[in-house]
Write a protein that binds this ligand. Structure first.
Ligand SMILES: Cc1cc2nc3c(=O)[nH]c(=O)nc-3n(C[C@H](O)[C@H](O)[C@H](O)COP(=O)(O)OP(=O)(O)OC[C@H]3O[C@@H](n4cnc5c(N)ncnc54)[C@H](O)[C@@H]3O)c2cc1C
Length: 372
């Protein structure tokens, strides 16, 4: 029996736990810092076929279909005049039962929690230190100590566990942007609508079959005082600034508005200890402009699980290649979504109209990420 500690009950930690659940040789405990998981919020997440394929292997295809949406198209729209530039069929990458899916983050978390016994998750825990011997001895708050064979670090972009292991401050980098999240009412669309603006973009997509839509905007902005992000006046003024920059009438339609700074990883760092692994955002946090963070969290969990099963050793090598290829795409997306010079924007739109019809480009730029 191998004893495994998972730090962090986010998408990567929970998916990894679901994989361990399939083999009785593994005994795992998830240590989560929060007192509980937020299973009520209506914010959305996009999952491309690469991660849906892996989720289906643990029964995601049996989820209540009313709670998810399978968009067929992405519409590219100029935010300023609300005119469509072009569209393309995201569903062309679907195969078998693996379909591009949008849903509430809470729906995904509930699904991932379904097969994990409650006693496997310890909430309000905080790892303080690790001592290294034949086993890994984890020292938590309140003098709680336990020995494990493996330590899986999945505590997100600000991973404190990574700093403890690497014995240095592993701070992520501010991505010069804030994310404004909301739900949007009175909106109609059967696909993902991606609006380009000057130094911002926003995306609206359905998160269920019940006319529920997610709104997410990424806006270029310098880093602010941390308390500002939750300040109601700041949220209101940021939203109003955005309303003025687009012809689509957002005023009064956004609910549950929240904002937070966007952080990304600088480089991939690994632990020299063969029984300690970094997963998901703790390994590498991507810019949000390719919507691959959660999908990559799921992929990384699967790859690590397979390595443990097969006594392999290429987890980090494979991950590094994969993450690099997504990282540059995310940065290129961000750059082109946010162009502020009108001439460059016109040029981008013409290129985009051409590219969405070019199967070779689509296969290389998206297919490589979605299907590999
Ligand atoms: C604006 C924005 C939009 C996004 N949209 C998408 C999208 O549409 N599609 C997509 O694929 N991805 C998207 N992502 C990325 C995605 O949300 C993340 O990549 C994904 O949630 C990472 O999962 P994780 O489990 O690694 O980390 P997290 O989801 O951050 O989970 C980490 C968990 O660890 C816990 N924790 C933290 N510190 C400790 C500690 N010291 N001890 C114990 N527990 C701890 C946290 O409370 C949390 O529960 C988006 C990201 C942003 C910023």
């Amino acid at each position: 029996m191998k004893k495994i500690a998972i730090i962090g009950a986010g998408i990567s930690g929970l998916f990894f736990a679901n994989l361990l659940n399939q083999n009785s040789e593994y005994d795992f405990t998830i240590f989560e810092k929060k007192i509980s998981l937020n299973l009520d919020d209506g914010y959305g997440i996009q999952l491309s076929v690469n991660s849906i394929k892996l989720l289906n292997q643990i029964g995601f295809n049996e989820i209540d279909k009313n709670k998810i949406y399978n968009p067929k198209k992405i519409f590219f729209i100029n935010a300023q005049d609300n005119k469509k530039i072009c569209d393309f069929e995201i569903s062309k990458f679907n195969y078998d039962k693996n379909q591009y899916t949008t849903l509430k983050r809470s729906t995904l978390l509930k699904f991932l929690l379904e097969k994990i016994s409650k006693n496997k998750i310890k909430f309000s825990t905080n790892l303080k230190n690790i001592s290294y011997g034949k086993k890994l001895t984890l020292h938590f708050d309140e003098n709680y100590v336990e020995e494990f064979d493996y330590l899986i670090v999945s505590d997100g972009v600000f991973s404190n566990t990574k700093s403890i292991i690497l014995k240095k401050d592993c701070k992520p980098k501010y991505f010069n942007s804030l994310a404004l999240r909301a739900n949007i009412v009175d909106y109609q669309s059967k696909g993902i609508s991606l609006y380009f603006g000057s130094n911002f973009h926003f995306v609206i997509y359905p998160v269920s079959q019940n006319n529920e839509f997610n709104f997410i905007s990424v806006i270029k902005k310098e880093l602010l005082d941390i308390n500002t992000y939750t300040d109601q006046d700041f949220l209101q003024s940021t939203a109003e600034e955005l309303y003025k920059k687009t012809k689509i009438d957002l005023n009064g339609k956004l609910t549950n508005i929240k904002s937070f700074p966007v952080y990304v990883s600088d480089k991939i760092e690994i632990s020299e200890n063969k029984n300690i692994y970094f997963l998901g955002d703790a390994l590498f946090a991507l810019p949000p402009s390719f919507a691959q963070g959660a999908s990559q969290s799921i992929e990384s969990s699967k790859e690590l699980y397979e390595q443990m099963e097969n006594n392999g050793s290429n987890y980090y090598e494979k991950r590094t290649k994969r993450l690099n290829s997504i990282n540059w795409r995310s940065r290129l997306n961000y750059f082109s979504f946010h162009l502020s010079n009108p001439v460059f924007s016109l040029f981008r739109n013409s290129i985009l109209k051409f590219l969405v019809k070019n199967n070779n480009f689509l296969k290389n730029y998206l297919g490589k990420i979605y299907k590999d």
